[in-house]
Write a protein that binds this ligand. Structure first.
Ligand SMILES: NC(=O)c1ccc[n+]([C@@H]2O[C@H](COP(=O)([O-])OP(=O)(O)OC[C@H]3O[C@@H](n4cnc5c(N)ncnc54)[C@H](O)[C@@H]3O)[C@@H](O)[C@H]2O)c1
Length: 246
């Protein structure tokens, strides 16, 4: 039985994972971490991960970047592998994830869906084939509750097509000039209950190639996280992502 501590267990993703875990054999959520508690969970919920007393094999985090430091301390002290799926981390936080991966198995991805990870590979291939003659623009759409922008996935897609020579442009309103050749424009749309939509547009002269992924339910991310949990527990220390699991 794989025993899980679920951080952000009362959030949208936490609740989706809790429901999906009930349908899976061999997985059990033994404790949750959240500031909220609506008393519907079948496991204890703590406001701080440091207070968790249950033995666990893996931590899954879909919460908020402010929790990262305490999760990494707990995971490294207790030698428990951790999956960090929370988005909106800054460079300093990402360095901390890398440092923890020297001690324990860490899984870090901005998108847990198989389809998005395929899209990332397809976008990199398109860039390779189309070369510099095509302008690259990324559009992401999410629900009106999302607090970070652009989405971590949009940045992941931009990184996949960027050989290091491109600048990311998030706002064209503040400058009145034509787009440069070495720009990747990243635009965010927020509204309603959109689960997640990402398009990578390669705009050339007289032709456009557009690669698009749409997530219709948060279940795709929950399923990816639970698969990653089972996959991660027997790995050596290191930093892993969906490409390794695929
Ligand atoms: N990597 C992926 O595939 C993927 C997919 C979906 C969402 N996400 C990310 O996961 C995160 C959670 O998404 P969500 O839609 O469930 O958000 P949400 O706001 O519904 O849930 C977040 C939960 O974390 C809790 N929380 C926040 N700060 C806390 C703190 N300091 N201590 C304890 N609990 C705290 C909140 O109470 C809430 O219940 C976001 O960063 C989102 O972007 C990642």
């Amino acid at each position: 039985m794989t025993k899980i501590i679920l951080c952000g267990c009362q959030g949208h993703m936490g609740k989706t994972i809790t429901e999906l875990a009930k349908e899976k054999d061999g997985l059990e959520i033994v404790a949750g971490v959240d500031l909220k508690n609506d008393l519907t969970a079948s496991y204890p919920i703590y406001s701080e991960i440091a207070d968790v007393r249950e033995q666990a094999d893996v931590i899954i985090d879909f919460s908020h970047p402010s929790l990262l430091e305490s999760i990494l301390s707990y995971a490294t002290e207790q030698s428990i592998p951790a999956i960090i799926a929370t988005t909106g981390n800054g460079e300093a936080e990402i360095e901390k994830i890398h440092a923890a991966a020297e001690k324990i198995p860490m899984f870090f991805t901005y998108n847990m869906s198989l389809g998005i990870n395929l899209l990332t590979g397809l976008a990199a291939k398109a860039k390779e084939v189309l070369g510099d003659g095509f302008d690259i623009e990324i559009i992401e759409k999410h629900h009106n509750k999302k607090i970070d922008a652009p989405s971590g996935t949009a940045l992941m897609l931009a990184d996949a097509v960027n050989d290091g020579s491109f600048e990311y442009v998030y706002d064209r309103h503040s400058k009145r000039e034509a787009r440069g050749k070495k720009e990747i424009g990243i635009s965010s749309v927020r509204g309603g209950s959109i689960v997640g939509e990402h398009s990578v547009i390669f705009a050339g002269t007289d032709e456009v190639v557009e690669l698009k992924h749409t997530a219709y339910s948060k279940k795709v991310f929950a399923a990816g996280a639970l698969s990653a949990a089972a996959w991660l527990i027997n790995r050596p220390a290191g930093l892993y992502d969906m490409k390794d699991m695929m």
